[in-house]
Design a protein around this ligand. Structure first.
Ligand code: ATP
Ligand code: MG
Length: 438
């Protein structure tokens, strides 16, 4: 049977009565309101565990942009990891098509023995719409409905109870929870306005949420030969001769990768050329650059202090973006991420990351093995192999690891099969995504 939860798959298998809370949501992104609701519900209703279930394609949000499911999943995983009563499930993400709660409940009912009771947890705003949920009556049969009352702007408890019970005979629990006036919508808005989201979201993924401002009108000029050559001449003055050669090599390698994997070749060339734009600064210079560009609030102070070597990608992207507004956001993003990588790497991000390692001037260790994989491995496989290799080098050189590097590692270990397990014989990364099915 499919795995619905790593931690609680066997809940109820001893035959004892158990209560499982189910916290569905888009979690775009997950925030402290979600976490607190789940925790208070667990206490109030004496739940054995709460399973967070990020939606795949949410029906009620069909007309709005929703972030990549894998990113939302990774953020939820990380946010709940330290609570032994919480787990996250992939069932809605792995299911094809639109997400309906009733399908999820059926699937869970099939998985768990009858002595496990479900408590479907919702905020009062969602609860007010139960009448519109597909299979509302069946949902009422399959699960208790645990409504967190007190969310600002929603109906009072009495009215709400009336509305819900008119829709179907729910086993209803209205639970008063600490009011946290937090919503994902508000968090996205704050991010877009460049405001702080500190203490609204679990601190670990604050940085991963910082979006790259989308440029409205990408200017074609930045892809002209003249623009390329001007920047090239400028770069030669900004960095050492060796670094300059390296940049030309990365530009070429990135272009090759783009051709091989069907990405925008011009963007790849440009990202490669400019990725080390800020590499000419020493450690103190890099820190000063962070201050000058007003980026202190966006970067973890520990990183600024202990790992100034990773700053040049982030500052270069910001500086280039303001000096040359025509450079598209995805090119800037790739530049910004080339040192640390990120949880949700776009194809261009991956190409630049790989190119930085395999460009012709690099000559060390196992780089040739990576070069030989171009065209054989998928872009994502090659990216992760490169990433693994870099992490390995950091370990060898006893260097500190950037928090994002650790996060990416943990997210990937969730998705890729373990290596070196006796009997499996599978030591490649190619078996990915198969892991979650048994
Ligand atoms: P969005 O603004 O994008 O709709 P959201 O903050 O409402 O995001 P969802 O992922 O839509 O988050 O919510 C999942 C569930 O959590 C819903 O049932 C919602 O009502 C509930 N919920 C979210 N935030 C809170 C909160 N601060 N207090 C109580 N319930 C909440
Ligand atoms: Mg919502």
């Amino acid at each position: 049977m499919a795995v619905v939860s790593k931690r609680f798959d066997d809940l109820g298998s001893d035959g004892a009565p158990a209560r499982l809370g189910l916290m569905g949501g888009t979690f775009d992104p997950i925030h402290n309101g979600h976490l607190r609701v789940a925790e208070e519900m667990r206490e109030a209703l004496e739940l054995n565990a709460v399973l967070f279930i990020p939606t795949g394609a949410p029906v009620f949000k069909r007309n709005q942009h929703v972030s990549d499911p894998e990113l939302r999943f990774a953020q939820v995983s990380e946010a709940i990891a330290s609570n032994p009563h919480f787990d996250v499930s992939r069932i809605e993400i792995d299911r094809e098509g639109d997400t309906f709660t009733v399908d999820t409940l059926r699937q869970l009912r099939e998985h768990y023995p009858e002595n496990v009771e479900f408590y479907f947890i919702v905020g009062s705003d969602s609860a007010a719409t139960v009448g519109k949920w597909r299979g509302c009556a069946e949902i009422a049969e399959l699960a208790h409905l645990a409504v967190a009352v007190g969310r600002p702007g929603s109906a009072d408890a009495e009215t709400l109870e009336q509305v819900i019970m008119e829709a179907a005979p729910f086993k209803l629990h209205l639970v008063r929870v600490s009011i946290l006036e937090i919503s994902s919508t508000n968090i996205r808005q704050r991010l877009a306005e460049g405001k702080s989201v500190r203490y609204l979201v679990p601190s670990a993924h604050r940085k991963a949420l910082t979006p790259f401002p989308e440029q409205e009108t990408p200017d074609d000029d930045v892809f002209s030969k003249a623009f390329f050559n001007e920047r090239k001449a400028e770069l030669e003055k900004r960095v050492s001769a060796k670094r300059f050669q390296h940049s030309l090599g990365v530009s070429e390698a990135c272009e090759q990768l783009a051709k091989e994997y069907g990405l925008d070749v011009k963007k790849a060339r440009l990202a490669g050329l400019l990725h080390d734009w800020d590499k000419g600064y020493d450690d103190e210079g890099a820190r000063t650059r962070v201050r000058e560009l007003g980026m202190e609030d966006e970067i973890d102070p520990t990183v600024v202090e202990k790992m100034p070597g990773v700053l040049h990608g982030i500052t270069a992207a910001r500086a280039l973006g303001s000096e040359f507004p025509g450079i598209p956001a995805d090119v800037l993003q790739a530049i910004s991420r080339h040192t640390t990588a990120a949880l949700d790497m776009a194809p261009l991000d991956m190409a630049l990351y790989i190119a930085d390692a395999i460009e012709p001037n690099r000559q060390f260790g196992r780089i040739d093995e990576l070069r030989a994989r171009v065209g054989k491995a998928t872009l994502e496989e090659l990216y992760f192999e490169t990433y693994e290799y870099w992490v390995f080098l950091l370990f060898e050189r006893r260097k500190p690891l950037h928090p994002d590097t650790i996060r990416i590692w943990n997210a990937y270990t969730e998705r890729l099969p373990r290596k070196g397990k006796r009997g499996t014989g599978d030591d490649s990364v190619s078996g990915k995504k198969k892991k979650h099915k048994k």
